[in-house]
Each structure stands twice: as C-alpha cells, then as structure tokens.
Design a protein around this ligand. Structure first.
Ligand SMILES: Cc1cc2nc3c(=O)[nH]c(=O)nc-3n(C[C@H](O)[C@H](O)[C@H](O)COP(=O)(O)O)c2cc1C
Length: 362
C-alpha cells in the first residue's frame, strides 16, 4: 500500500507535469478519420440550434463533462472549486479525481466536498480506482465516495497503463470485475467504468454491461498519455519500459464505435477531445456526452472566467458544427451522416464492426 504523503506528492506532480510539459499522446484520437457530411443548404438558422440534452436523466445545456482531474491537496481544492462553479453556472456535468486520498485521510475530504457545496444542482460523478478494488476496497468505500459529494453517479477508473509504468505502481487487477458487480448491486447511483487514456474494447464493454454497469467513459488514446506523464516523474533508466508504452491502447474514435455498437450503455467520449467539432463527431458516433480534462487544467489554475471561456468556446464550436450539418438538436446530431476513413476505418473493419451504417443515414 502506498503511503499518504506519497499519494499527495504524486498528485501534485501530475498537476505540475500536465500543466507545464508535453504530456499528450503522440498518436491522435482518431476523430480526424470521422468526416461529418456537410450541408451546403442546412435549412436552419444557427440561433435556432438547441444543444440541450440529458445525461443519465439529468438535464445539461450541452453534452459536456468536465472529466476527473483532482482532489486531496490545497491546490486541488482550488481547482475543484473553480471547475464546480463552472459546472453549476454553465449546466454541464463534472467528475472529481480519484477520492482514494480522502478515503484514507478524512482531513482531506473538504477538497472534494467543496464541489457539491459549489455546485448544488450539477450532475457530479464520484471516482474510485480499479487497483484499490483489487486491493480490498468494496461497497463501504464506494458509498463513502458517493456520499462525500452527493454524487449522481460513480466512476470506477481503469488505469492499468499508468500503474504498469510506475516504479511504485499497483499492478493488481484480479477480481476487479466481480468487485464492480458487487458495487453495482449495492450502491444507489449508476456506475460508470472509465478509462484514463487507453480506451475500452467491445469485449470489455460487454463484460461491464453483463455485471450491470450503466455507463462507459472510453477515455481513449489521443489525449493525456499516462506513460508519458509518468516518464517525467521517473528519472531516466529507473523505469526503462515507460517510453515503449507511449500511445498504448485504443483510440477514442475506435473505442466509441466498439462500445456503442456492442452495448446500449450510456457512453461518454473522452481522450484528446479538444473542440466542439470533436464533441459533435462523438455524438454522431453514438456518445451521450463528451469530456475534457487536460485543456481545463491551466484555466482552472488561473480563474473561473478562464474555465468558463474554455467551455463556452467548445459549446460555440458544437453549435457551428450543428449548423453546418443542419442539425437543430442533439437527437438530429446523433443521426447525422458521416464517413469513416483512414486508420480508424482499417481498425474497425478488421475488428468486424459496421462502418457503413453511418454513411447511409439521411
Ligand atoms: C492532471 C490529471 C489528473 C487526472 N486524474 C484522474 C483521476 O484521478 N481519476 C480519473 O478517473 N481520471 C483522471 N484523469 C484522466 C482524465 O479524467 C481523462 O480520462 C484523460 O485525461 C483523458 O482526457 P484528456 O485527453 O482531455 O486529458 C486525470 C487527468 C489529468 C490531466
């Protein structure tokens, strides 16, 4: 078991590295291979475009999730407060970072509790890690995490890549799916299985659905790369395996198709989402919402206004994309035609997925 000061140091390192270094994947998230069909005569006015939608029964102004980032340190509390204020003001969803640090030291709970205090009406997602489930966490910790922020859903994060490349990593995963099943049965909110940058395959999504999980956050390759993040923490030579796992995993675009074609679970698109256009593409592939983590970090270290500006920019880009594809609302967007090309096409056809169903829509 890792000691608390080490968890705290590690969290501070992650924030510093993600805010100041190039910690993004050298592979793309595949959404450049998703081409929405342009409408030269969209027959709508942009001011009539409505982006409102619902995520797990909760109304959002647009399908946007502030992805899990942090908690547990003084700086993390400030970050969480700003992100929560933006979630409340702009009516978007928000996940908190892993709550392990506060489950192991109740003095640190306030850095998470502040989120619900600041965002009384927002859709909030609690967060615990799969390695902790393998090492003994169960329903007690899951309930505590949910209670801490009066969460509307609980995310269980998968971070095998990060654990594998860390010298102090907790490389344990046996029994995790059974543990998830137990938590699903006993916790009062929907459970979301969430990756952290390596994507989720159809086979895994089906296993999660079989044990009663309600949602998947694909968090695919193409954004924050944890092998890269960890390489900045490990002095060269200490963990020589790190570099070869840069870009390991399934791209966000491929993972989205894998999950949405093989299950009917609520699916969140994340992993390198950097624009409203990419949110639109995700929705057209069947996502229920899309999320950003890294692009919100620097703004959250700066001011509430900076966070809100970032979210408003992608919202505006989403509206522009909907105008250009003649979609007056989110349900139109989910049916808009698109073509899949390039590496994503090759991946999906070799894996046996239907790539043409989207192109034939009209
Ligand atoms: C600084 C930082 C800390 C993160 N901590 C967590 C975490 O504690 N729990 C979690 O599920 N995901 C965590 N993530 C992963 C994100 O929620 C997201 O899945 C991933 O970064 C991909 O999104 P991005 O490319 O927009 O950053 C973290 C991401 C960043 C940048």
């Amino acid at each position: 078991m890792m000691r608390r000061p080490e968890i705290s140091r590690r969290k501070t390192d992650h924030i510093k590295i993600c805010a100041t270094k190039d910690a993004e994947s050298e592979r793309t998230n595949g959404l450049e291979d998703i081409l929405l069909v342009h409408r030269s005569a969209p027959e709508i006015d942009m001011r009539d475009v409505s982006t409102s939608c619902s995520l797990m029964g909760h109304q959002l102004s647009f399908p946007f999730v502030i992805e899990a980032i942090t908690g547990g340190t003084t700086n993390a509390k400030r970050i969480n407060q700003r992100l929560a204020a933006a979630a409340e003001n702009l009516q978007v969803a928000m996940g908190v970072g892993s709550q392990r640090i506060a489950l192991e030291n109740s003095a640190l709970e306030q850095s998470f509790r502040i989120v619900r205090e600041t965002a009384p009406d927002a859709f909030l997602i609690a967060n615990i890690g799969a390695p902790q489930l393998a090492m003994g966490y169960g329903i007690k910790e899951a309930r505590k995490a949910v209670e801490m922020i009066s969460a509307n859903a609980l995310a269980i994060h998968m971070n095998a890549v990060q654990e594998a490349v860390q010298p102090e990593g907790e490389v344990v995963a046996k029994g995790v799916v059974d543990k998830i099943a137990e938590i699903v049965r006993q916790v009062d909110v929907p459970v979301i299985v969430k990756e952290t940058g390596a994507g989720i395959s159809a086979e895994e999504a089906k296993r999660f659905k079989a044990v009663g999980v309600s949602g998947i956050d694909v968090a695919g390759v193409g954004g924050t790369d944890w092998a890269k993040v960890e390489s900045y923490r490990n002095s060269v030579g200490k963990n020589p395996g790190t570099r070869i796992f840069y870009g390991w995993g399934i791209s966000t675009a491929a993972s989205l198709v894998e999950v949405t074609q093989s299950t009917d679970l609520t699916t969140i698109s994340s992993g390198g989402i950097r624009s409203g256009l990419q949110i639109a593409k995700s929705m057209a592939l069947g996502a229920s919402a899309a999320g950003l983590a890294k692009p919100l970090l620097l703004p959250a270290l700066t001011s509430l206004q900076a966070v809100e500006r970032t979210i408003q920019t992608v919202h505006q880009e989403l509206k522009m994309t909907m105008f250009l594809t003649g979609c007056k609302n989110i349900s139109d967007l989910r049916k808009t035609p698109l073509v899949i090309v390039g590496n994503t096409y090759h991946w999906l056809t070799q894996r046996g997925f239907d790539t043409e169903r989207y192109a034939r829509r009209n």
